[in-house]
Structure formats: C-alpha cells, structure tokens
Design a protein around this ligand. Sequence first.
Ligand code: FA5
Length: 354
Amino acid sequence: MKEMIKKQKELFYQKLREVNDINSLEALRLDFLSKKGQISALMKELSKIPNEKKKEYGQMINSFKQELSDQFEGRKEEILNLQEKLMIENTESYDESLPTKNPCGSYHPITLVQRELEDIFESMGFDVEDYNEIVDDYHCFEALNIPRFHPARDMQDTYYLTTPNQLLKSHTSAAQNAILRKYGPALKESGRPIRAVFPGRCFRNEAIDASHENTFFQMEGIMVDKDISISNLIFFMKTMLSEVFGREVTVRLRPGFFPFVEPGFELDIKCLICGGEGCSSCKNSGWLELCPCGMIHPNVLKHGGINSEEDPFEYTGFAFGLGLTRLAMMKYGVRDIRAFNSGDLGTLSQFVSR
Ligand code: FA5
C-alpha cells in the first residue's frame, strides 16, 4: 500500500510540473480527486488490506488527498497570475502621456471673477478681507445707519436665525464696521489710507428670476482718507470695470438711496447679453444694476470709530457693493443667474480666466 501511494505521488508531481493552463490543471484534478480518480482507487484498495493496518494507511491516503488539494490551489493561483501578467505585457499597452479619461476639476466662474477682481484691487493698493456669513443685527444694519424698524430694512428680505440678533449676511456691507475698526488705527497713527475689498456670499429671501438668486456673491470695497471725493470713487469704478472686461463698457450713474451712503448712486452696466436691446437677463430694460456706491455716511464712520463728534468730517470715504454674480453673468455671457448654483458641470466647467 505504501508503495502504491508513493508511486501515485510521484506520478502526480510529474504531471503537475507539465501543467501550464487552467484546463489541463482541471483535467489533472479530476484524474486524482474525482469519484473515479486515483484517490478513490486507493481507498478501494484499502478494503483489501488487514484491519490492523487500515487506520495507518487510511490516514496516509487522507493526508495525500489534502496535499493534492493544496497543490491544486497553489498551482491555480500561479497560473492565473501568470496569465494576467502575460495579458498586461502583450495586449494592455498604454501611453502614460495621453490625457486621462477622468476630467479634472475646474474653478467656478464666480471664483475666477472674484480672483481677477482681487488682483485688480490689490494692484491698486487694496487689502483683501474675508468676513462671516452669519452676522449680527448691529453689523448688518445698525452700524450702517439702518436703525431697528427703519423702512430701509425692507429692501432686503432677510433670513433671521432662531438665535436672537443673528442672521445670514444679506449684503457684504455688513463687514464695513469691522474693516473700519481694523484699519482705523493705522489711518490715524500713520496716515495709511483704508483701502479694502471684501467679497462674500449673501443671502436674501428673493423671488428668483434670471437675474435674482437667494444666494449670490457681492464684493464690497471701501476707501477712507482725508479729502476722498466722488471723483476718486468714479476713477476706481471705471478702472475696475475696464480691467475686468478688458474693454470699455457703457455704464450709467444715477441717484440711489442707501442709508449708509450720502450721496448714493446706482451704477448700471449696459446689458452685454442683448447689447441694450432688452432681454430677460436685464428685465427688458437694457441695463443691469451692478454696483451701487456712494460716499460713506458720517454716521457709519462714527460707528466705525473713524471720526469724532467734534470733527465728523475729518476723514471721508467711498464704498461700493459690486454684484459679483451679475458681473460673472455679463463677463461670461450667462443669460440666467440660476446656472451658477445649478451644479451643472457641463455649464460651469467651461470658463477660464483670461
Ligand atoms: C446692497 O446690497 C448694498 N449693500 C450695496 C452698497 C454698498 C451700496 C456700498 C452703497 C455702498 P443692493 O441690494 O442693490 O445693494 O445689491 C448690490 C448689488 O448686488 C446689486 O446691484 C446686484 O448686482 C447684486 N444683487 C442684489 N441682489 C441680488 C440677487 N438677489 N441676486 C443676484 N445679485 C443681486
């Protein structure tokens, strides 16, 4: 019996060495491990030997069977790995320098316009500042000369939080007081003018249409120094617009009321979608309100700690609140403001800053 098992083992290993593919491995497995295979034949031989030897030989056959199973599994894995390697070497050639099929991310058009504007203003000596999206009533309204119950609050239908006095920023002007307080000391001590822009996301409970969103971006800017006048304001607005559009654009300045500026203006841009003919983007008026602005109201400068009671006009300044989302519409020819918050990559990934 021992001799028979030894011979079968030798035969098995000899045949296993010759096996190179999965089909012949399977044939070998059936030859040894199937019901009619060599192991079953050895088991049948077991019935012919004396009882006292049956246990010993039975264990030998079983451990041989286990050895075969392990060998089959090992060889199967080797063959599959080899096949995969050959497939990669022979058929799966690839060129590392080709562009990937996975599309790369791109900047949102508003981010592109915002960064371009930041560069323009930085080149004119402005600091770029950031501010919270949740603000309090004082910064959003009171510090801007809009006391509680003043009708001007109705101009912005605001999202109030359940926490008392807290709201989602309805305009970037809410940061004016913090900026005045931050840069005021340097203005007074070393005469460094306050020049800052502060972009941010704004929220209003708007009736949404092609040019109104409930979540949109503005970029606020202020400049405060001695003898700042409307001429300075107009100069900076013109420079900013011609830089960002890369050409002259037609604008108009008309009186506008905002409690935090005096005098106040509306700066409109001739609609670049229809060329002033009238379309849904400009509500058929040919013009789009883009950048209200004006001379900072003395009360705002007082709240910001800039001027004293004794000399309320020692320093003067201008402020503007550019509609960044609308600017992106005009710059990129986007007819409907809703495209910006749509998450539609087909639309949003096609813009590149010049
Ligand atoms: C303001 O928010 C003032 N804080 C701006 C300001 C700053 C005036 C400093 C004077 C001095 P207004 O509500 O008009 O003003 O908004 C300013 C600009 O933001 C608008 O001209 C427009 O371009 C944009 N804007 C306003 N509401 C929306 C909206 N719902 N969707 C998209 N853009 C809007």
